[in-house]
Design a protein around this ligand. Structure first.
Ligand SMILES: Nc1ncnc2c1ncn2[C@@H]1O[C@H](COP(=O)(O)OP(=O)(O)OP(=O)(O)O)[C@@H](O)[C@H]1O
Ligand SMILES: Cc1ncc(COP(=O)(O)O)c(N)n1
Length: 272
């Protein structure tokens, strides 16, 4: 009889364009050999040009999805993406405690604090950012903000290694075990440096900056690749290093689709 692969749960929104959100998460889970589980939080109307709107899933349906898969199938690691409202965030936090997912439980939990799409459309109601900070960060094994989210959360504008380090220190104060400050948006450099920090020695992950406009879903794909490695038992520095190598190639293989921004692509992993 075949044995089941490890499982990873994404708690996130749907992207009708298939490049970000749960669709990106499932692509990354599949490419990294883990079985993807889903608790859908919102349905966005979205294409390569942006987000036209969204509607959230009722809170009790969000939490029921988490409980259903956790109680029957088991979750080896989990991540959040778009959570839409403070009400959903509070309910997710409570449910994760009930099913023993989070930094002090043995089941790693990655929080990607998605606030807006790369096209600038809000994916989170305004008052909900505070709930991410107070309800989710203290439960997180790792948080993975991009530079826009860093500015919203801390007020720090990252422009160089010193401000990236200061941002990591400020973010760690919110209570996660680890912080990854992603440097994808620091555009005037020829490298892409992400900074991983747990209050001891900062770890710089340096990759080439690939010249492409097609980076839709890059953040989700990175967080899901990290979650996949954690689900397979890697420690955080190993999981982030593996995911950094993975995302770099996904950005290099990104393809145009539609008139706007195309998605990063994990397809290369299947061809290897
Ligand atoms: N042009 C690029 N070349 C190589 N790596 C990149 C590039 N852009 C982003 N990355 C990497 O992809 C990951 C996601 O980074 P980024 O800072 O863009 O996150 P994000 O803003 O959440 O993503 P998204 O594009 O989905 O909004 C990081 O590891 C980053 O270093
Ligand atoms: C449902 C959903 N979740 C997350 C993102 C962020 O991805 P990006 O920053 O690449 O637009 C998105 N656009 N849609």
């Amino acid at each position: 009889m075949n044995t089941a692969p490890r499982t990873a749960l994404t708690i996130a929104g749907s992207d009708s364009g298939g490049g970000a959100g749960v669709q990106a998460d499932l692509r990354a889970f599949f490419a990294n050999g883990v079985h993807g589980l889903v608790a859908l939080t919102a349905v966005t109307v979205q294409n390569s040009l942006g987000v036209q709107g969204f509607t959230e899933i009722p809170v009790d349906v969000v939490t029921a999805q988490i409980k259903a898969v956790a109680s029957d199938m088991g979750v080896h690691a989990a991540k959040t993406g778009m959570l839409a409202t403070a009400e959903i965030i509070q309910a997710v936090a409570k449910t994760l405690d009930e099913v023993h997912i989070g930094r002090d439980t043995g089941t790693p939990f990655v929080v990607d604090p998605v606030a807006a799409s790369m096209t600038g459309h809000a994916l989170l109601r305004e008052e909900a950012l505070e709930a991410i900070r107070t309800e989710l960060f203290p439960r997180a094994t790792l948080i993975t903000p991009n530079l826009d989210e860093v500015r919203l959360l801390t007020g720090i504008t990252v422009t160089d290694p010193a401000t990236q380090r200061a941002a990591a220190e400020a973010l760690l104060e919110f209570g996660s075990r680890w912080v990854l400050v992603k440097g994808g948006h620091m555009r005037d450099t020829d490298t892409c440096v992400d900074l991983l920090y747990d209050g001891t020695e900062p770890i710089e992950l340096t990759g080439a900056r690939i010249n492409t406009e097609n980076t839709h879903g890059g953040g989700d794909t990175m967080a899901s690749a990290i979650t996949s490695s954690l689900a397979k038992g890697a420690d955080v520095p190993t999981a982030v290093a593996e995911a950094k190598r993975f995302i770099e190639r996904c950005v290099a293989e990104a393809y145009p689709l539609g008139a706007g921004v195309g998605p990063v692509s994990p397809f290369w992993r299947l061809a290897d």
